[in-house]
Design a binder for this molecule. Sequence first.
Ligand SMILES: [Zn+2]
Length: 292
Amino acid sequence: MAHREYPTDHEAKQTILDVGRRMYQKNFVAANDGNITCKVDDDIIWATPTGVSKGFMTEDMLVKMYLDGRVIRQGDLDPSSEIKMHLRIYQENPDIRGVTHAHPPICTSFAIAGISLDKAIYPEALVNLGTVPCVHYETPGSPALPDSVAPYCKDYNALLLANHGAVSWGKSLIEAFYRLESMEHYAMVLMYTGNVIGKANVLSCDQVQELLDIRTRMGIHAGGVPPCAPRPSNVQDVLAGHSPLSADASPEVKTYQPAGSSAAPANGSTGGLSSADIERIRQAVIDRLRGT
Ligand SMILES: [Zn+2]
């Protein structure tokens, strides 16, 4: 292994408290939900205890333990039963230095629906986070839950737990938390595009490949490969007056192809739209403004 510099006990505990506050403030956890761990040596982590809000923890509540589950130091509170999942993740992949588990509402909704986060729709989610499988349901805190996540610890950066929540990891605890944030954001965008707007231009295979190359250059070798579109559908500017507004318009956004040029159309050009199209769009705008 190249570098073996771990955070100090103090740094690890402070980061856990900080991540706990952010998780709570961002509504990723309710009541005493969620758990956070940070690795400080090859076989030692600091962990959050059971039965406290992760938004209001103090250093003396945290538990220091070996990766085999033996407790080294603790205050009045025991480690969370879900820490078993964290221990297993560290055992499966020694490069992992931090793990977060929470129940962010949109991720949890996808986990309840049994839908993985795997659409190639924007670069950030693809590079730093990658695709997020949804693993089958096991009772929280049970020994079967660690078994369910184990096969994915080397090839992915985060998982949905069916009918339960989300878990993420990274080379540092803060990277693990950023991935938790990214997956909730990704899930929100998937919900808006899939269930509110009802349309998403999936990145083409060439566009996905470029992002995967960037990911590799950044030293990220996990995250899976999402399905891609054979041809790009997002390479033309979409100008005002070129979107389908009336109910009978094509579901595809009309785009303008400048004659013999790849440049954007000049101010207000109507491009390839017929006068009937223009009249229908104008009428739809007028109807909307009148609220009819
Ligand atoms: Zn949980």
